[in-house]
Ligand binder design. Sequence first.
Ligand code: T4K
Length: 415
Amino acid sequence: MSIFREKLMKKKVCDLAIFGGLPAFEVPLHVGRPNIGDRGRLLERFQKILDSRWLTNDGLFVREFEQRIADLVGVKHCVAICNGTVALEISIRALEMKGEIIVPSFTFVATAHALEWQGIKPIFCDIDPVTHNIDPIKIEQMITTRTAGIIGVHVWGRPCDVDALDEIAHRRGLKLLFDSAHALGCTYKRKMIGNFGDAEVFSFHATKFVNSLEGGAVATNDDQLARKIRLLKNFGFTTYDEIESVGTNGKMNEVSAAMGLTNLESMDEFIEINRRNYKQYAAELAGLEGVTVLSYSEEEKCNYQYVVLEIDKDKTILIRDQLIKILQAENILARRYFYPGCHRMEPYRSLYPNAHTFLPETERVAAQVMNLPTGQETTPEKIRIVCNIIHTAFENAGEIHMLLEEKQRAARGLL
Ligand code: T4K
């Protein structure tokens, strides 16, 4: 059975599933569908784990995984952790961040939660509307006597203005951590992400282009910090019986490391697929008024794991949320990363009810971005169908906008 109805290229409004047409895909097309490397190699590794009966606690695969990441990034230390969020929490603790930490609100909520979880106040800073990354000029305005550090997020794998953040951090005596969950394999000024600030945190969650099921890692060139992170992720144990500090259980297990190692072996292939997908989306959607596929620099290494559409509401009558509804009806599960911005989620919404007044660009970008399916499972034929639907939607924007508004009024019982 084919998973999509290829013959159904849609031309008219009534062809769209939201208005009664057949959905383009029988099986949902996900954003964040995991890439999976060589199954044979993976199963071999699983067998080894079972044969060795060494399942976790600094096993051989975890060590190999750490070494591979350190080599890839060209960093002195890589410590594997059970997931990216705990890796952030441990790094924050190891850096002795306290008081207030400046972070973008335009990020996955884990960046803010990792602070709040430890009683540290995230101070939300606005972004640059072009790069979607924290705006260094705005950071200066947020620094107070309570500020202990900055967390930059390389959103979509496009690097922050690292030099500017570094300069501010040095001049103001602040710690600098990077949430690099999106940025494995990417560069800033041709140097691999993972080498900047005091430390950088990667995520290997299932939805990341290289996944270890769940997983994370901290990369740093600081020997003392690496040692501290190793202690913190293993209850503070220095030897079998000795504890040097408080700690948690942040260990990566062997199955995750085996998955991570296997997927790392296919990393170049995954990047090539992502790049091909991104290029195809960009080419097929070029020229659609009000619709932009976010671009990646040809000067830098990129992993292209996110295909991000920006729908400019000043240039088109069809808004982002209407397009999402249209696509979802077709079984194309586009997502609104990162909507509505951390400052509009609890507990931050209640804690800082006025935060939005300082975050105009975050508000604007969060209202107009969306992510399209990509990765190994997303073939050129599927992209052609997704783009056909987007074209049909925008070419009939006026009529569709009106019909959707009518539908909404009817749902509210107003018609
Ligand atoms: N910092 C940043 C900037 C991050 O983006 C993230 C994570 C973190 C920190 C924290 O790292 P981790 O602690 O997660 O290692 C997803 C991911 O769960 C999350 O890892 C990721 N960022 C975030 C951007 O996206 P959700 O809540 O949107 O996930 P969910 O379950 O809705 O899945 C997304 C899509 O992927 C769905 O369409 C289903 C599909 N999917 C998902 C999984 C797990 C699959 O097809 N198969 C799967 O196994 O957060």
